[in-house]
Design a protein around this ligand. Sequence first.
Ligand code: GTP
Ligand code: MG
Length: 738
Amino acid sequence: MSSENKHHNNHHHHDNHHDNNHHNKKNKNVVFLGNPNVGKSALINAMSNSKIKVGNWPGVTVDKLEANFTYKGCELLFTDLPGTYNFTNEHEAKITSEILLKGEYDLIVNVVDGTNLERNLNVTLLARELQKPMVLALNFDDDIVKSGLVIDTNKLERYLQMPVFRTSAKKQTGLNSLLDYIVEHDFSDHVDYNIYYDTDIDACVGEILDILKDDKIPEPSYGLKFLAYRLFEKEPHYTELIPENTLVKINQTINNAKFTLQESSASLLKNRRYDQIDNVLKHIVDKKGVSRYLATKKIDRIVLNKWLGLPILFLFTIYFLSLIFNVSAPFIDWIDGFINVYLNHHIGNLIANMPDWFQAMILDGLLAGVGGVLVFAPLMYFIYLLMGILEESGIMARIAFLLDRVMRFFGLNGKAFISMIIGFGCTVPAIASTRTLGSLRARKATSIMLNFVSCGARLPVYALFCAAFFSRQAGLVVASLYILGILVALIAALIVKKFGFFNDLEEDENFTIELPPYRIPEGKTLFKNVNNKLKGFFKRVITVIMVVLFAIWALSYFPNGKQEDSYLVKVTNFVQPVFKPTGFGESSEAIAALPTAIVAKEAVVGTIQTLSSVEVDDTVDSSQYTITGQLFDLLNATKEGVINIIPTNFLSLFEANTSDVDEGTLNAASHIFNGDDAKLKAYSYLVFILLLTPCAVAIATVRKEFGNKFMIQTIIITLLVPYITSTLIYQIGHLIFY
Ligand SMILES: Nc1nc2c(ncn2[C@@H]2O[C@H](COP(=O)(O)OP(=O)(O)OP(=O)(O)O)[C@@H](O)[C@H]2O)c(=O)[nH]1
Ligand SMILES: [Mg+2]
């Protein structure tokens, strides 16, 4: 980092009045502004050690997020904002504009992608009109250097009249210079940038400014100058604020101006800005000998090809899913052994002298139930890991691009599919991500679809039942569930479109997505993120799920310790007839697990384990009781997991080898459905779990985003749809196969 450290901020006139090193404020409020996907969140994370979500597609951050920390004795409040291209009051730009216009901050850090200044500087020029203290963070410095791009930072500083810092959130460079600058300077409220677009335009805006002053229009938080520019552009949100007679004068001024208005004044100004940026960049950026993102272009030529795109995506998805199962399977086996053989044995010995109910509670309630869910931690880990790779690599944005055409048929656009992909990980952030969709119509439609997208927490349920009922066809079953989920989601979207639900809400916008370059995900960020999510899973298991499982266990144990006579069976017997058409009504375990599924989908697994009497296999190798034996098994599991990354042949792609497991837990589920049609019942049950109301947290998110009424609608839909679908599958399946 060179010149910017020595930079003396002589453009800011407040520096003429203050000796900034002596009486600077002890707390500072900094907002981060910039286009989407320029690394605002990544920069804040790197500087403040926060964990804001980062991803390689536009529109990751959808809400105002704050990071609080102390640097060199100065308390800093960094506000991360959704990326934006403008300051309108529409959709995703709204949150950002509101905060920027309110002006309750000391400094704007405008983050730009240094490899894409042509597009990024537009927001810089716009924000400059606010006349607030501002610095430019020229991010992606690592990419700039790598691609051989030469940027004259000094000239850029002179042109923008603000300090420029070269930063790289990835390589963590330039961060301290920026932080030092922030803590070492006093920022006044107001800065006088000399704004110049075009002699005629500027003169006209000057006249508008005079009219505003003459008519004593009170100065808004964003300043009269900014207002004058917006009025020049005739932006409705601002013209609304101006009294009629003043507005008449202003419009007269615009009409009388020297330039001929072939285009609207708004697009005139926009084009001037872009022209100016282009002109300036000619002197600032040297692109000689640089072929940026050649690899990205080459890859995109193939994968975004009209004919090849979708088939490649299909194969990729299959491989992706199989990878999650095949790589995690050996680890699941291992944890299964560890909990149900090793821990069961040792804890059993430890509490052998305790009362029966206590032993039952610990071994059947706690260990079988909670352990039964924890067994699937590797599955969760790998889906989070692969989702992280998808998000960081730039693949996500491509999938949205590819499926744009498909989604249009369903009345949505490609961005809705980004929410769906996030939904394969977890429904909660997926619902929040619909904010980037803009119109409330699209958001609600997508939110309904998300209920049917198979989230990561459903995977353990599939894995358990596949091991118990579908050993050979496991892969097919899981794939079919995913596809069914997507189909139901699309049908829901079609119904929403056909019947014009939510159509009265707002117009849809056109879909544009800026395709980011492919990037190899950075290991540290990736694993930090995945570990975080896994922590969330553990927390869920040892809090909510544990409580639910204790309740289930208690209901099944009391009054007399026999499950057949328990309160639980009494209740499930009572509701059984309702579920008769779906095929799984006869199993009280299956029915008892349904309410727990609404609390958290993984709880189904725990419930089944708690309620099924687990018989540990007699043929356990005694070495499994020792810790060295366990470590040895873990080593083997790791070896197997690594081997499974490479598919040996196409068929093995989906052979979820949970079928190899015959001891303990995984087998317990096989007793809950009986008869010739046990498989069909199990499948009908899986479909029910797939389509059932998502977990409590997701429902709470729906309420937060869309209100009570829509939440209740969602619940009703997600109770009816699984009931109808499972019934159809069971009844039709029966006609065909039995
Ligand atoms: N190579 C490199 N990658 C970076 C840098 N900064 C951010 N990234 C990557 O760029 C992508 C976007 O980063 P984010 O922090 O999510 O971007 P954002 O500006 O917050 O985006 P929105 O929230 O969508 O507005 C991620 O994949 C980051 O890992 C950088 O300095 N160098
Ligand atoms: Mg962000």
